[in-house]
Design a binder for this molecule. Structure first.
Ligand SMILES: *[C@@H]1O[C@H](CO)[C@@H](O)[C@H](O)[C@H]1NC(C)=O
Ligand SMILES: *[C@@H]1O[C@H](CO)[C@@H](O)[C@H](O)[C@H]1NC(C)=O
Ligand SMILES: *[C@@H]1O[C@H](CO)[C@@H](O)[C@H](O)[C@H]1NC(C)=O
Ligand SMILES: *[C@@H]1O[C@H](CO)[C@@H](O)[C@H](O)[C@H]1NC(C)=O
Length: 307
């Protein structure tokens, strides 16, 4: 009899728990794809059985990249109150754009980078439920192929005989294809070394001898990029420098002319201070036929009176 009761209670509790969890609902966009540099919205919303009357605390948590499974965003608010959300956030990158009171937990990530690529988890907990409701979202950050560096590296086999290689480091998601081209744009296949240095980076090198012109080319479905060594703009730089010097010289000369003119004009229009005029008085008297002559005579009279 006692066992029967226990069994009955167990069945009832299973039914109740089952029906409760059945009426919980969480909806996310499971896959979000965004280009590097753009903002991403990870949308996540939920409904629960006591939706109409729930006045308790709504605790929102976002976990995941960049720190893999580490809580980087959490907020909580009491539904019945007018209080604003109190949040603890890692950095200025993340914003809750949904309203948790309306069951919307959507997260905005500002200017996503390749390091933001990965899996995120949206979680919510209400008073009276021990466990979280949660769902996962995969954020894909795509990046056009990009050449990070192209330079000659020397690898010393022995101090008297170093080998020089041209090394190209590239980045992209999806990972791009890398090809070396000769000056005549023929693909180079001999002695090419290639390694993947991170999820989104490749490093490749080829033997390099002086005077050689080589191009590192990368491409993926998102685009392509290339860079040539030695850089072809070595000729342009002196031209730019020359241009700058010319402009600077012109500026200096015109500044000189303006300063000279202003000084002359001020000296003519402004009779003060008196002692300054003493030294130039004779000089000015000799030029009394000039248009400023009248002024000079006045100045002299003024000076004589003040002595
Ligand atoms: C918060 O309360 C309002 C009504 O006061 C209700 O409509 C809403 O569903 C509640 N929010 C949650 C997440 O339960
Ligand atoms: C949640 O909020 C975001 C941002 O305001 C909005 O774009 C989205 O449509 C909302 N989702 C739902 C299910 O209301
Ligand atoms: C490098 O060259 C110097 C002389 O030019 C010689 O003494 C030395 O032994 C050489 N080192 C090696 C590792 O060959
Ligand atoms: C330097 O090493 C390379 C390969 O190890 C060899 O082919 C070359 O002859 C060496 N050069 C000199 C000057 O010893």
């Amino acid at each position: 009899m006692w066992q029967q009761t226990q069994c009955f209670l167990l069945i009832v509790s299973v039914i109740i728990t089952g029906s409760l969890s059945a009426s919980w609902n969480m909806v996310v966009s499971p896959e979000v794809t965004v280009s590097r540099g753009e903002d991403a919205v990870l949308s996540c919303s939920f409904t629960h059985p006591q939706q109409q009357s729930y006045s308790g605390t709504i605790a929102v948590k976002w976990e995941g990249s960049p720190s893999n499974s580490i809580l980087f965003f959490s907020c909580s608010v009491r539904n019945e109150s007018m209080e604003v959300l109190s949040c603890s956030v890692l950095g200025l990158k993340y914003f809750l754009v949904g309203n948790p009171r309306q069951g919307n937990l959507s997260l905005l990530i500002r200017e996503v980078q390749l390091s933001d690529d990965g899996e995120y988890t949206c979680k919510v907990q209400l008073d009276g439920w021990r466990d979280y409701r949660e769902k996962k979202i995969q954020l894909h950050v795509t990046a056009e192929p990009q050449i990070l560096s192209l330079s000659v590296v020397e690898t010393p086999r022995d101090p008297n005989n170093t080998t020089r290689r041209l090394q190209c480091e590239v980045e992209g998601n999806p990972l791009p294809k890398l090809i070396w081209l000769s000056a005549s744009r023929k693909p180079i296949v001999n002695q090419v070394q290639l390694s993947q240095t991170s999820l989104y980076r490749l490093t490749s090198s080829v033997p390099y001898s002086e005077e050689e012109v080589l191009t590192c080319w990368v491409g993926s479905e998102l685009g392509e990029a290339e860079r040539t060594y030695p850089p072809s703009n070595t000729v342009k730089t002196p031209l730019i420098v020359q241009g700058l010097i010319t402009v600077l010289l012109l500026l200096l000369i015109s500044a000189g002319v303006i300063v000279y003119c202003c000084r002359n004009r001020r000296a003519g229009a402004n009779p003060d201070p008196v002692y300054e005029n003493v030294g130039t008085m004779n000089d000015r008297l000799q030029r009394s036929s000039s248009p400023a002559g009248g002024d000079v005579e006045l100045q002299v009279a003024h000076y004589l009176r003040s002595v």
